[in-house]
Design a protein around this ligand. Structure first.
Ligand code: CAA
Length: 260
């Protein structure tokens, strides 16, 4: 499928989705949100894709949020529909049965920060700036910012960021637990590639089951979460990858997983 506003590149099992409006700091307009949704469907259904990377083009931004120029003409219902669209896309990323890495190469603000938080692992450049600045526009976050942020960093810290609208640097965001690792800007993409290759070398069914166990268990009581984990653990015992992993360990050789 051809895309106009994003790029989708698939190489060696790694799909890289690049938000590509660098002049507007990769702001998410309606068309970009639609294309991002299509790309997420495409990589979900493509068995050749084992890992997904999401990044922004240029050297300034991952995404500076929703496209504010489109807000002027939006009615309350339009705005509601827009956030529902973004929420569906971000939920689709969070529930994608494959690991998703955010490569945050600059501003991740508003809808950009919300996109980053829907990804599984976040690597960022030291020049990244993170925030939920919506209150400065007289609005509030609409694509999960009031929900995922408090789950990730706690209610009080989330309130400080959302209520002040302040941006924070990469180091502070890492301290808060919003970023997995921070790298010098010129090393970010090579480190993301290393991580993506490492994840692509694992058994795809085990990664899917592990992600599902964490996602499904996150908002439910511990007892149900561990019970679900146990069933997914059992399911792994039916895979070729499990035989291969155990045999490789016993034979003291690296495993060759097939995702089956
Ligand atoms: N929407 C539309 N255009 C945007 C944009 C956005 N979110 N962010 C930046 N741009 C555009 C600017 O208008 C500018 O365009 P022109 O060259 O045509 O004037 C271009 O990108 C470059 O931006 P700046 O000149 O402002 O660059 P800067 O380095 O001086 O500042 C910035 C960078 C601090 C990120 C600043 O652009 C900014 O504050 N942007 C808005 C961030 C924001 O408020 N995001 C939240 C949006 S609301 C939202 O996301 C709701 C939700 O939850 C879904």
């Amino acid at each position: 499928m051809g895309f106009q506003i994003i790029e989708l590149q698939i190489e060696n099992g790694i799909a890289t989705i690049t938000l590509n409006r660098p002049k507007a700091l990769n702001a998410l307009n309606l068309a970009m949100a639609a294309e991002l949704g299509q790309a997420v469907h495409q990589v979900r259904d493509d068995p050749a894709v084992r890992v997904v990377v999401i990044t922004g083009s240029g050297d300034k931004a991952f995404a500076a949020g929703a496209d504010i120029t489109e807000f002027k003409a939006m009615s309350p219902v339009d705005a509601w529909m827009f956030t529902q669209q973004l929420q569906r896309v971000y939920m689709g990323i969070e529930r994608l049965p494959k690991p998703v890495i955010a490569a945050v190469n600059g501003y991740a603000l508003g809808g950009g920060c919300e996109l980053m938080m829907a990804c599984d692992i976040v690597y960022a450049s030291g020049s990244a700036k993170i925030g939920q600045p919506e209150v400065n526009l007289g609005i509030i976050p609409g694509a999960g910012g009031t929900q995922r942020l408090s789950r990730l960093i706690g209610k009080q810290r989330a309130k400080e960021l959302v209520l002040t609208g302040d941006m924070i640097g990469a180091q502070e965001a890492w301290n808060l637990g919003l970023l997995n690792k921070v790298f010098p800007p010129d090393q970010l993409m090579s480190e993301v590639k290393k991580l993506a290759e490492k994840l692509a070398s694992k058994g795809a069914v085990a990664l899917k089951a592990a992600k599902e166990a964490i996602e499904e268990g996150y908002d439910i009581e511990l007892e149900r979460g561990v019970a679900n984990e146990g069933k997914l653990f059992g399911l792994c015992f039916g895979t070729e990858d499990m035989r291969e992993g155990v045999n490789a360990f016993l034979e003291k050789r690296p495993p060759q997983f097939k995702g089956k």
